[in-house]
Design a protein around this ligand. Structure first.
Ligand code: KIV
Length: 239
């Protein structure tokens, strides 16, 4: 799975064989320049989901439910999902949270909505965590995460993202679930892996340490922009 926000990149990833395109609220940082995902709105995600779903032919398009957008009531949650799926063209939604999210997730699943869970370092809770830090490091927190994962599975989620937790915990969670886990900064034992496109392509200035860079596009774009400026100033382009 790759987090992606626009039509061109979605098409490239789709054609390259990526199974799931996540219209992540990480767009708040990569696209909109915020420090966290907290300010991202439903309108923001719908806007980018439209772009991604226009070019995705094969991959599953999953859209993030923004911070608090589903907490107010089940009817607010349904309203948000309606917009993401009917306007945005997503085929599933992702919700951050454990057992406390179960009533909403059950309601959505019973209403026919495919829901992906997200546990561990759930970025919408960054202010509660006091920063982007590895989660579930002590035995109590690890047991809670396992209980949360089992509760989400019971509620009907079709997969769970495990973000920034110890690799051994991700292995234990993965072995206890029937549904797939998708890891990010959670070691090699998950069923799948997800990266943010701007991190894996080397575009984002401050990628997290666990994000492998498969290209250095920031350097490449910078070089191309400087060459363009140089060519225009020197009269080399246009000829
Ligand atoms: O918003 C996002 O890109 C995500 C991934 C990091 C899983 O939630």
């Amino acid at each position: 799975m790759i987090a992606v926000y626009d039509a061109t990149m979605a098409q490239i990833f789709d054609q390259a064989g990526v199974d799931v395109l996540l219209v992540g609220d990480s767009l708040g940082m990569t696209i909109l320049g915020y420090d966290t995902t907290v300010p991202v709105t439903l309108d923001d995600v719908v806007h980018h989901a439209k772009a991604v779903s226009r070019t995705a032919r094969r991959a599953l398009v999953v859209a993030d439910m923004p911070f608090l957008s589903w907490r107010i009531s089940n009817s607010e949650a349904v309203h948000g999902v309606k917009r993401l799926m009917q306007e945005g063209g997503a085929s599933a939604v992702k919700i951050e949270g454990g057992a406390s999210a179960v009533p909403t997730i059950s309601h959505l699943v019973e209403s026919g909505v495919p829901v992906m869970g997200h546990l561990g370092l759930t970025p919408q809770s960054v202010h509660q965590f006091g920063g982007f830090k590895t989660q579930a490091k002590n035995p109590d927190a690890q047991q809670k995460l396992i209980d949360d994962a089992l509760a989400l599975e019971e509620a009907g989620v079709f997969a769970i993202v495990l973000e920034c937790i110890p690799a051994d915990l991700a292995r234990r969670v993965t072995s206890q679930l029937r549904i797939p886990t998708i890891g990010i900064g959670a070691g090699p034992h998950c069923d799948g892996q997800v990266l943010v496109s701007y991190d894996m392509l080397g575009l984002f200035e401050n990628p997290p340490p666990f994000a492998k860079q498969y290209a250095r596009l920031r350097d490449e774009i910078s070089r191309a922009a400087a060459a363009f400026v140089e060519d225009v100033k020197s009269g080399e382009f246009p000829q």
